[in-house]
Design a protein around this ligand. Structure first.
Ligand code: ZN
Length: 101
């Protein structure tokens, strides 16, 4: 696992995820990568009965507002309620994972 990185514009401080070539706020092109380790669940949903899934069970997805600003879509092992605080990380296939805290 590795940390989820978001990108802060060096010129105006806007944080982005995913990375872009230019800052949408000021047009700046230089960014600093920051680790977004925690966030708050904004909304959650479950994708039921996945076709072709290797493991049985449902896929839980949540939009998570990271502490650094950008909102990301993360996978969860279990259902989780909006408002919950989660830890964030990225797996070896670049999927964003969230774990309840
Ligand atoms: Zn900017």
């Amino acid at each position: 696992m590795s940390p989820l990185e978001v990108f802060r514009c060096n010129a105006c401080g806007t944080t982005l995820f995913p990375a872009r070539y230019f800052c949408p706020s000021c047009g700046g092109a230089q960014f600093t990568a920051l680790a977004a380790t925690r966030g708050t669940v904004v909304a959650a949903t479950a994708v039921l009965h996945r076709v072709g899934a290797q493991a049985s069970g449902d896929l839980h997805l949540a939009s998570v507002a990271t502490d650094l600003g950008p909102t990301v879509i993360a996978r969860l092992d279990t259902a989780i309620a909006a408002g919950a605080t989660v830890a964030l990380e990225v797996d070896e296939t670049q999927r964003i994972l969230a774990h309840p805290l």
